[in-house]
Design a protein around this ligand. Sequence first.
Ligand code: BMX
Length: 303
Amino acid sequence: MAQAGDALTGLAIDIGGSKIAAARFQDGAIVARHRLATDGSLNVAAWIDTVGELLAELGDTSAEPVGVAVTGRVDGEGRWSAINTDTLSAVDGAPLADGLRRRFGPRVAAMNDALAAATGEAIYGAGQGASTMAYLTVSTGVGGGIVLGGRPLTSVDGLAGHVGFMTTQHGDAPCPSGRVGTLESVASGKAIEQAARAGGHEDTDAAGVFDHWRSGEDWAAVIVQRSADAIAEASANLKAALGLEIVVIGGSVGLAEGYLDLVRHALDREPPLFRVEVRPAALGADSPLLGALHMAREAVSEP
Ligand code: BMX
């Protein structure tokens, strides 16, 4: 069972671009889990129903804090919007926080998934001991969360940390965000899959591209290397901008076997001043869950 620090008790839900993970925590340990596939076409009312079904599945007592981490931008008013509209097609300024609180009470807090994961890793995981860090999830998309001086970076518009929409020298394709050549359009699981299909490997998902890479197939190595090079470039850029101590990397692509070594080798090609230590997310796929519950507990305890 995952062990969190300081006896987290409550429920957490992580609505990612491809999957939804939910867990019940009791005194720091995950005592129950549930998992669903993401339906990116749901509107906010349907998403709140899904949260209700997951809470019921986990035996919610209606008295514990609930953290809900979501892919997408959550602004200072708790409104939820997709930036990559290919991932979520029916949330644009949706009143997520208000809807959750109306349905389940003020014990619920909602936040961006990568911000939650950054918080989880900073407090309970690979970020412990660092006051300034970036968390990057390389998953369906590329998400980010920044911790400066021990505090998660947020913004009124909810955009802070969205490193996936920075541009990269390795990119030239349009991104559903409206930008061109974004990190997400080069490095993410969806980008890896799209690159494989563009090369004629129609039935290959991101995991399959990694399998072909490990089997020594050059076409797959080029795709995986380009993803890692772009993540290394973003890490060096964030180091230049924020003076980061470390970068913590999570996500299905980020934690794939052999991927971080490619990122580290690419970073070694940068001048020493712009290199930054890269660590795997110690909490693995649970980073957003621990961070979301921690943030919900903080929100509930605020005066
Ligand atoms: C996208 C963006 C981020 C999110 C990141 C990783 C959307 C819907 N999501 O950059 O908010 O943090 O993906 O999230 O615009 P994933 O779980 O979908 O990989």
